[in-house]
Design a protein around this ligand. Sequence first.
Ligand code: SF4
Ligand code: SF4
Length: 321
Amino acid sequence: MKYIRESLAQLFGAEPVKPAKEDIRPAAQEIHFYKKANPITKQFVEDLHDRPKSHKWRNRRWLTLLFINLLFVLSYQLDIQLLEGALTASRFAGFHMADLNSALQVMLAFKEVVLNLIIGTTTILIMWLLLGGRSFCSWVCPYHMLAEWAEAIHLWLVNKKIIENKTFHRGVRTVFYVIFALLAIVTGYTVFETISPTGIISRALIYGPGYALIFVGVLLLFEIFVSRRAWCRYVCPIGMTYGIVGTVSPMRVTYHLQDCAHEGDCRKVCLVPHVLDVTIKTRARDSRVDLGADCTRCGLCVDLCPTDSLRFEFKMPGKQT
Ligand code: SF4
Ligand code: SF4
């Protein structure tokens, strides 16, 4: 229960805290103690960096994302009716599916429980509950892929000292979440859906480009020149809705303390580095820790970790944290 509370608090914007000594399990205390007595040398870390880099999970993820979005396009263009609609609401082989956040926005706008949406939402809820909540972001959302490419340019510019990355408090995403919900209630209109890059890109791919793509372009420029991954980090309520679903998901990335070199490379590539706070020296409460609900299961850290201390696992959360 404590794991779920902390995971949700961080999702809503709280910063991770260093665990009190009495909260650290004996197995983890032993490893922390051993590592303190036998510090990892600079040479060891340099040797780790010399290992060949893997892009296994990233490539699998990009292929899956392209495949799902192409399926929408081909179903519409070839009229094969396998996957009809767009990411916000669709039918797969006749089964209704509705994006959880869109369904929520529609019900808030209409101020009633829409029966058709309940069926579609339940299917999607069960699916993402099993698959890991925010894995929707990194494995399905088309904006995520564009934002990853924009992020690469942003990081290059930062490394060259041409620009500085501007950060904001993560709690603003919770504020936006409430604002979008209130806007739907007050206006009776799903305001967020008109500006959501996820929906805009999905519809543009299927039905052809529209003026709304200009907004997506502006967002990407903002992320390149001002703030790294700003939309996903500080605004998008879809990520938050799926994050809540992912809190109890059995599909997660887990951290294994034993072999971790604490060099911190994983935190540098992560969209939500606060979930990797456990990889900082003495932060892990147990020898195995489930990463928090904000983790998108993108696998970048899994690919990058030179000691295989970060792994995808499918098991019930919270048992050892
Ligand atoms: S946070 Fe929103 S825009 Fe970003 S990847 Fe998730 S759904 Fe897509
Ligand atoms: S913790 Fe790892 S898998 Fe999760 S979002 Fe960050 S880089 Fe991706």
